[in-house]
Every structure is written in structure tokens, then in C-alpha cells.
Design a protein around this ligand. Sequence first.
Ligand code: COA
Length: 335
Amino acid sequence: MNKASLISIASYVPSKVLSNYDLEKIVDTSDEWITKRTGIKERHIAQNEITSDLGTKAARVAIRRSGLKESEIDAIICATLSPDHFCMPSTATKIAKNLELNPGIMAFDISAACTGFIYLLELAKSLVQSGIKKNVLIVGAEKVSSIIDYTDRSTCILFGDGAGAGVVSLSDENEIIDTHTASDGRYGELLITPAPGSLYPSSQEVLDKKLNFLKMSGNEVFKIAVQTLTKDVLEIMQKNKIASEEIDLFIPHQANLRIIEAVKQRLDFKDEQCVVTIHKYGNTSSASIPMAMNDAYEDGRLKNGSLILLDAFGGGFTWGSALLKFGGKDFKDLE
Ligand code: COA
């Protein structure tokens, strides 16, 4: 059977930094509270850039690092909860245009919130293994700040903007070994951006009630996230007969340091196996895993052939995990 491999990774982070001290001036919070409860120290905010700009910048580098030409990419899928437009055109088609990919290629967005990158890996793997596509560009791009209420201290401290991208291609080695994607719509109300949409089309009432902003029942989400992720990660390791000490890097979705620590301890991962970037970027939703992967790639921890485990949890609820061997060249060997 054909094998699919993630053959490159890249990210883009907008330059403006919003620190916990900056937030102290906007809402009733403190650096101490944010650091203790979340592990976040700062996040980056896009100013004159939109989601497709962030995605384009990450994707351009991901294609270059894959060694492919733009003309060889035959599909692009973008995961985002903060698309340029809520209906159309998709952010993926705008990134494709910006990159001058072949007109006519398949391009679409998916909505899987913070689990977006795991869903992307599963979709890209399926398309490549089935022989339908050869080189699929996957992008997690977020301007989460565009749906954040900067008077709500329970959410505005958590999120940041950024993008991550990779290319999934046919390969004989370093395959995407397994992916698991899941959802449970019964919890949709706990993490939701109520409008605009068919339920609440744009109106003065939507604006007055701030229904266009992200709302989260943080404490309930927290508890379910820890339980679900622990079970999900354990299952993918057991299914593939992999023990925690065999994993080179555990790269979880970066939502809260306490969630990462809880899963890490329950599954016996050591500090050096675990990639943590939440202090620098906050929660960048679908971009968080590829951004963390890229940090580990550029500092030399993620290498060709590294066995990595990813997990994520987000609105929907959605969750999932992925086990793969990284198929890109070592960062030091890039031209
Ligand atoms: N600064 C200071 N105090 C704050 C605050 C802030 N930014 N945000 C909330 N508080 C207060 C609350 O008002 C509450 O006060 P009260 O006890 O007087 O009512 C208190 O802190 C505790 O709030 P709570 O919501 O129980 O805190 P928490 O320990 O659950 O931490 C989150 C809040 C949001 C950091 C945490 O619940 C979380 O990370 N949730 C999950 C996020 C997540 O995983 N999302 C997944 C997918 S994106």
C-alpha cells in the first residue's frame, strides 16, 4: 500500500507581542494569575495581516522546505476557526491564489477548531494513500484575536495568532503511522462563537450581545480535555504497541500548561520528550501544533525519522491524536 509522509514543517508568527503586562492594562488580571493558571507569558497578535496572509507565509516556507515546486502541489486544505470570510471564499483558495498554486487544484477549509491539524493530517494521509492526490499542502492558520472580546478576561488572556503548515506526500519511509479523529457535538455550547451564522445572522442584537466573540466555559472544558486526551493518547499508543519511552517528541496542542502537564504525567513522558511553546504563543488553535513542531524543528529536536506523538482537543468538541515519523530533512541540512 502507498505510504504518506509529512515531508516538511514551517510556521509564521506575526511580530506584535501582547504580554501579560499589556493585558493587565486592559482587563482585571495579573501576570501572576495568567502564568499560574495557564503557563502563558505572551502571545502574538496580527495587526495589518489577515488569516490567509499568515497561512500564506507559513505555507510558502513549508513548500520550499519540502523540495517541491509550487506547481507540484495538487491540493490545499486549511484548518481555521478565524477564516478571512465566514462563508466564502475559503481561506484555502485565498492562500492558493497568493502562492500562485495551479488554478484548478482542490482547495477547501475545515472547521475542527483546535483539533484542526490532526484532522488535516488524517485527510491528507487518506488522499495521498488512496492515490487521489500526490502532494497535499496542509495549513493551520488563525487570527483568533479577530473573534476575541478584549473585555472578557476569561478568554482574552488565552489566545494568540499565528500559522503553521506542512506538506504530505507519497514516500517509502517515515510514514504517518496512525491518526485518530473524534467529536461529540453534545458539548458544543461549552466552547462556541455563536454568530454570525444561520442561527444568528449579523444584526445589531448580535453586536450588542457580543455573540460574534468566542465564549468558553473554561473550567468544564478543562476537566473534559484532560480526561479525553489522556484516554486518546493511551489508546493510539496501545493500538500501535508503542511505549512512552519510545516516543522522541510528544507535541500536544498548546491550550493550557496544566492540561499538558496532567497528560504528560499520566502517560509518563519526561520533560525532554515534551514540546512546550504555550508561554510564547498562547493558544493559537489549529496553528498551535504545527507552530510547536516548527520550533522543535528549528532548534534541532525534531529530526528526519523522529517518532512523534501529537494530541489536540477543541470546540465541537473535537479531539484526536497522531503518531508519525517525521519525513522532512533535518533543519541544518536545508539549503
Ligand atoms: N485573571 C484573573 N482572574 C480570573 C481571570 C483572569 N484572566 N479569568 C478568570 N478569573 C477568575 C474567575 O472569575 C474566577 O473567580 P471567582 O472564583 O471569584 O469566581 C477564578 O478566576 C477561577 O476561575 P476558573 O474559570 O475556575 O479558573 P480556572 O482555574 O478554570 O482557569 C482557564 C481558567 C480558562 C485558564 C482554564 O479553565 C482553562 O484553561 N480551560 C480550558 C481551556 C482549553 O483547554 N481549551 C481547549 C480547547 S481551546
